[in-house]
Design a protein around this ligand. Structure first.
Ligand SMILES: NC(=O)c1ccc[n+]([C@@H]2O[C@H](COP(=O)([O-])OP(=O)(O)OC[C@H]3O[C@@H](n4cnc5c(N)ncnc54)[C@H](OP(=O)(O)O)[C@@H]3O)[C@@H](O)[C@H]2O)c1
Length: 303
């Protein structure tokens, strides 16, 4: 198999490049600098030139709050590009694996969202990702869309690194406790992608949309608490954590109160279980703290 990984510089993109692919598979990564998803002509040409068997699109405009004021750019990357990828892939006989988000849902109600639940994004990022799902579905039937949530890794911009940095600098932190979701390690998403790609190579794929996210569900404050427990175990100190409400932490983009994803379909279809994010968190912090003093993860909260 020859694979093209787009958005190769991101959390999931980097994990895809270092994932355990079957021997002999050719995995070509392209960062934003190499292939700009917002440039439809260049994007199509990159796929036509490489003629991969599978395109994995890990590229996206993920700055949720910034997207509120940057609609066109967010829709170009998240809404239009998946259709361009799908059509170019179909033209060269390639399949597509693409990622979407829990933010296509409005977060109302309890329980986990299943794939066929009605979408109702609350903001520009979610709406642009939902548009991208539709564009890909229209472009090619040979697609797998993985909706995931609350992605973290040892590199890149994510909540876990932000909490580690802030928790290292401050004696106490106030963290939102009334939004629930499923933290998911980027490495787990890459591992699930390898298993799906194997089925595609065997000609035994199940196409369509699947939810893939970590378990158990928690809140942002619950995830922060897990980071601080790890911090205390590793450094002997930790900040105090005060749970607050969404109303006490206003952001430009509204976020779903409940974005828990039901991952039953991917288990029934591909035998892929929801990963335990607490175990993955420990592995990620091993890498993040071993590498270097946790670099400032930067201020923006991403999807
Ligand atoms: N992060 C989350 O919590 C989360 C949650 C649910 C779903 N997802 C979805 O999961 C997938 C992977 O996200 P991630 O966590 O790996 O996000 P990420 O770390 O922000 O990576 C996204 C990558 O896309 C690249 N990119 C942005 N604009 C681009 C463009 N015009 N052309 C080419 N590349 C571009 C970025 O490059 P730069 O670094 O140069 O900007 C970055 O390398 C995305 O589809 C995302 O929507 C993420």
């Amino acid at each position: 198999m020859k694979l093209l990984v787009l958005g190769a510089g991101g959390q999931v993109g980097r994990e895809l490049l270092r994932a355990a692919w079957p021997t002999g598979w050719q995995v070509e990564g392209r960062t934003r600098a190499e292939v700009d998803l917002a440039d439809a002509v260049a994007l199509r040409q990159a796929i036509i030139d490489l003629r991969p068997d599978l395109v994995v699109n890990a590229g996206a405009y993920t700055a949720v709050d910034r997207a509120e004021g940057d609609r066109d750019a967010a829709f170009a990357v998240n809404g239009v590009a998946p259709g361009v990828i799908g059509r170019a892939a179909a033209a060269v006989g390639a399949a597509v694996i693409h990622y979407s988000t829990d933010y296509v849902f409005d977060g109302a109600g309890g329980g986990g969202r299943i794939e066929d639940d009605p979408v109702a994004p609350l903001g520009v990022y979610g709406a642009s990702k939902e548009a991208g799902e539709r564009a890909l579905r229209e472009a090619t039937a040979r697609h797998v869309i993985l909706r995931t949530s609350w992605v973290f890794a040892a590199h890149g911009t994510n909540f876990v690194r932000t909490m580690w940095r802030l928790g290292s600098e401050r004696p106490d932190l106030r963290v939102v406790a009334d939004q629930r979701g499923c933290p998911t390690a980027a490495a787990a998403i890459a591992a699930a992608t390898v298993r799906i790609a194997r089925r595609i190579a065997q000609g035994d794929a199940a196409w369509g949309t699947f939810h893939f996210a970590g378990a158990p569900a928690t809140s942002w404050a619950g995830l922060a608490e897990a980071v601080f427990v790890e911090m205390e175990r590793r450094t002997g100190r930790r900040p105090q954590l005060a749970p607050i409400t969404t109303a006490e932490y206003p952001t430009p983009a509204r976020r779903p109160a409940n974005s828990v994803l039901d991952c039953g379909r991917i288990f029934r279809t591909y035998g892929i279980e929801a990963p335990d994010w607490r175990a993955d968190l420990s592995v990620v912090l091993d890498e993040a703290t071993a590498g270097a003093a946790t670099a400032a993860a930067g201020g923006e909260r991403r999807a």
